[in-house]
Design a protein around this ligand. Structure first.
Ligand code: CA
Length: 194
């Protein structure tokens, strides 16, 4: 290989490495796993996102749930729960877990303005999501609580496996046994704000 060719190939490798390094911190929002966030009175239901770039999990990324004005006012917030922006940091597996303490279903398809929650990763807008909650019939002021009326609302969709945005607690686009299992503990313990 001539000296010129060596120089060119070295330069190309360098450019390639730099591009890879830059891409490593930029989220691939389609490859990342970002379900609807679950709010539960007392914050006992975790929601985990997995943030990846084209070269794998992103460690140490700042992930923010930014509630729109209508999302913020439409939810129930337990006292002490930070909002309308809730922030977390990914671990080495690219995972960040939120335990939102509150209630209310925020469906982007029915909320005024069409935006409930925007997910930002390192200040990059990544995805618009909604919020689900076992406290589906929520008030907009604490104490948020899972009560009989919530159980009554969940019973129909769960027993007939009928899809509804607010009853799909695990964001798999179906309503079924997994959602029923998730609903059981907050319902049976009448989850409420601390
Ligand atoms: Ca489901």
């Amino acid at each position: 290989m001539s000296r010129v060719l060596k120089s060119v190939s070295f330069a190309l490798v360098t450019v390639g490495l730099l591009a890879g390094a830059a891409a490593a911190g930029i989220p691939d929002c389609n490859l990342s796993v970002i379900p609807n966030v679950i709010a539960c009175p007392g914050g006992t239901m975790p929601t985990t996102f997995t943030i990846v770039s084209s070269s794998g999990p992103i460690n140490g990324a700042t992930v923010e749930l930014r509630y729109s004005a209508n999302g913020n006012s439409g939810a129930c917030w337990c006292t002490g729960q930070t909002h309308p922006i809730i922030s977390g940091t990914t671990n080495a597996s690219g995972q960040v877990t939120f335990n939102v303490s509150g209630g209310g279903c925020l469906n982007p398809a029915t909320i005024a303005g069409g935006v409930a929650v925007e997910v930002f990763v390192n200040n990059i807008p990544c995805k618009q999501i909604g919020q689900v909650s076992p406290d589906v019939n929520s008030t907009t002021s604490p104490p948020c609580q899972v009560t009989l009326s919530d159980a009554v609302s969940f019973t129909g969709p769960l027993s007939t496996a009928t899809y509804g945005f607010c009853y799909d607690l695990n964001s798999d686009l179906t309503v079924g046994l997994t959602d029923a299992v998730l609903f059981t503990t907050p319902a049976s313990t009448a989850a409420t704000c601390p």
